[in-house]
Design a protein around this ligand. Structure first.
Ligand SMILES: Cc1cc2nc3c(=O)[nH]c(=O)nc-3n(C[C@H](O)[C@H](O)[C@H](O)COP(=O)(O)OP(=O)(O)OC[C@H]3O[C@@H](n4cnc5c(N)ncnc54)[C@H](O)[C@@H]3O)c2cc1C
Length: 464
């Protein structure tokens, strides 16, 4: 048994009283806060770091793929599309054109295979997705939050939720201004790790299956001044030599995966560091130190051996360690791998996702996320969205991508706003009203298809 000490009880200043507090400002948290505020709720967003975006900015995870299923229809739209549209207007996103989505033309496929390194293609067709500039995305997310009237608190680490009789009443956070409380009618946990639900005794599962992608930690870094076309040519034309070199690099303890970014001269290193926990401070520290050693080794090797990297330099490392999976809520409904395979349509579906299993293919069914997967079983006034939503380890492994976390965040925010309006708790809101509200916001739901990205948000809501 670990030794313990008892902390002295103390009075805590109430920073604010609000209707909705969202804890964690990653893709899901921003979507939740914006949707809650646009729905009319007085909303505070609390983020531990100095910027918004979580993995999609600070984690340097700059590929938002698979918003469509290989046909011309779009499954994911809503706030995810709004973010990409806003980046587009700044020249900060690269994505297939509307007329290219669903294409099986070998020339177009080849272009996007080389430009996106697989993120824009599967099942032999072009799928909609985007490579984004993470610094511009930080600015876009600030704008969206500010314009929707959310009160933003950066540099504020959520320590725990406050609950009495299984009813959450807000949360406590630490910052340079000390330890303070926010009282709220509804709390939304978008911390990725479930910090809030874990603190109030909600049921959750943090077991890790070492065989799945999401069990791996990472420290993404970017390499600039690369001739990415020269590297792509080498990979294509001398595949055996390329693969041999990458095998040698791996055997020396280096990283072997370098993907395209929104810029032609910058690659990002996606890496998978196994057998560690995103909830262990010692494991997180180990990654920060040792991944940088591997980065130096890798870059030296690439410069010396791999065409395209001759004049390159390490541009930056992610300010935020890469965590793909940890605590997952056990909610009213647990989305299972069987749900993913079967494509079961739930009556309370709040998001439709193109399939993204081990074999990404347009032959697979869409995945429907029920509202119940955002609701804890016993604890009230709490919603959960993003990668810690209620799902088993295999379903979570294929449903915790950025474009999938944003819709659950949007739904949680819309549900919170509705609960405030209806004077009820999230568990009791009218689910059809929630779906209607999401449709109005440009989200696609069963029976709704989007034929073109250029249609207006109003057109996107038509129910087919
Ligand atoms: C290396 C790597 C590569 C990946 N590749 C892809 C890819 O190519 N495409 C893709 O779509 N997805 C990819 N993913 C998955 C995807 O990035 C994440 O699953 C997704 O960002 C999860 O979104 P989220 O909002 O749930 O959580 P996060 O992005 O983790 O955001 C959580 C936010 O909460 C904040 N937070 C956490 N705890 C607290 C607290 N106690 N108090 C206050 N704030 C807190 C964090 O700082 C962060 O801003 C990858 C992930 C990694 C790590």
């Amino acid at each position: 048994m670990a030794k313990t000490i008892r902390e002295t009880a103390r009075e805590i200043r109430i920073f604010s009283e609000t209707e909705v507090v969202v804890v964690g400002g990653g893709p899901a948290g921003v979507a939740a806060a914006v949707a809650a505020a646009r729905g009319g709720a007085k909303t505070i967003l609390v983020e531990r770091y100095g910027h918004l975006g979580g993995m999609s900015t600070g984690g340097l995870v700059i590929l938002i793929p698979f918003l469509s299923d290989g046909t011309t229809s779009r499954q994911i739209a809503g706030l995810c599309q709004e973010m990409i549209d806003r980046l587009d207007a700044m020249g900060a996103a690269v994505h297939p054109k509307d007329e290219e989505v669903g294409s099986t033309d070998p020339k177009i496929l080849n272009y996007w295979r080389r430009r996106g390194h697989g993120g824009f293609i599967s099942g032999g067709a072009v799928r909609y997705g985007a490579l984004v500039d993470p610094e511009m995305l930080k600015c876009v997310l600030n704008d969206m939050v500010e314009e929707s009237g959310v009160k933003l608190l950066l540099h504020s680490w959520g320590s725990r939720a406050i609950a009495e009789d299984d009813k959450v009443q807000g949360m406590i956070f630490e910052s340079k201004s000390g330890r303070q409380a926010i009282l709220s009618q509804i709390t939304i946990d978008t911390t990725g790790d479930g910090d809030m639900f874990a603190s109030v005794g909600a049921e959750f599962d943090d077991t890790i299956d070492r065989s799945v992608r999401s069990s791996n930690l990472a420290l993404v870094f970017r390499i600039a001044n690369v001739d990415a076309d020269k590297y792509a040519d080498f990979r294509d034309k001398e595949k055996t030599r390329h693969d041999e070199l990458m095998k040698e690099l791996t055997s020396q303890g280096g990283f072997n995966t370098y993907w395209r970014s929104s810029r032609p001269d910058i690659l990002w290193c996606n890496n998978w560091i196994p057998n560690l926990s995103a909830l262990s401070v010692e494991d997180l520290t180990w990654v920060e130190v040792n991944a940088r050693k591997s980065m130096l080794l890798s870059h030296k090797f690439l410069k010396q051996n791999v065409p395209g990297f001759e004049n390159s330099f390490i541009m930056d490392t992610a300010s935020q360690i890469g965590t793909r999976g940890s605590g997952r809520l056990i909610g009213e409904h647990v989305v299972t791998w069987q749900d993913v395979l079967s494509g079961v349509v739930h009556e309370d579906s709040i998001a439709v996702l193109p399939h993204l299993g081990q074999t990404v293919s347009k032959g697979f069914p869409h995945v429907y996320i029920p509202y119940r997967a955002l609701l804890p079983r016993r604890i009230d006034n709490l919603l959960v969205a993003g990668r810690c939503f209620s799902s088993d380890v295999n379903a979570n492994n294929s449903l915790n991508w950025i474009q999938q976390c944003i819709p659950t965040g949007q739904a949680a925010g819309a549900a919170a706003a509705l609960a405030i309006k209806q004077g009820t708790i999230p568990r009791k809101i009218d689910r059809k009203s929630l779906q209607a509200s999401l449709l109005k916001q440009g989200v696609t739901l069963p029976g709704v298809t989007i034929e073109s990205r250029s249609v207006s948000p109003a057109q996107r809501t038509s129910v087919g």
